[in-house]
Design a protein around this ligand. Sequence first.
Ligand code: ZN
Length: 296
Amino acid sequence: MKAISASQAVSLYGEAKRKNYAFQQFLARSDRPDWQDLGKLLMVCASWLHLREWLETGDSKLVRANFCKKHLICRPCAVRRGGRNLAVYLAKAAQIEENNKNFVAGLLTLTVKNGEDLRERFNHLGDAWRTLSKHVSRVRKGGRGKSELAKIAGGVRAVEVTYGKGGWHPHFHAFVFLEDYIDQAKLSEEWQRVTGDSFIVGIQRVTGGVQGGMSEVFKYALKFSELKNEQLIHAFEVLGGRRLLNAWGCFYGVKEPDLDCDDDLDQAGEFRDFVARWSWENLAYHIDFKPFAKDK
Ligand SMILES: [Zn+2]
């Protein structure tokens, strides 16, 4: 994956901070002290970014920053987490493809019926997945029975939660490597049997390249623009601390990337360091250059 330039990073996080403002105000003005505290965390999040830019390539890395890690409700953290996960899983995918030329990249979606109780729906989705994946791992080990999902060599899946007609709609998006084509109708029947109430599934071949396919998985867990402030904080309270990203099979074992530091993006050559400091007055970062530094 091409590293982004320092100016792209500054504009990306700047945009995210500006968009956070209304929700921060909502939290700060609430009568709940814990919400007020969250509002303060969001306000301070990514208030400074120490960036390093290589002069020859224009690539950059984040040397250090202060992210609040509340990615469900904080846009800069959501942007950051999505980008970091994409980078580490793209590297893993390249490694897997190198050794398995026959694998086909696919996108898998599994949904459950909408409902008013987010916790119940989220648990229902997770329980269905666990039941099915136990069965799948038995099948892959040569046990009895069949499963369309046994054609998957491994994948990485993320929870996305939207709200629509009939209530909350948690669902999984997964990037998978297929050993054989999955029959969508059979998969749908299988999923219906496990969930009891949901048959909507999707499986498609990734056509626009691995990065494009994976971007679908690593978009934000909550769609900020589509949820009301009250819904956002409710989803945070229900899902905060729950595992929303999982990898299995050939994707298993990728280390969770550090949000405050790009520890894997060093390059040779001359670079310059600077610090971008956020100003709420101007709703923009101010750039504070440090003297040129020689490469180490
Ligand atoms: Zn944050």
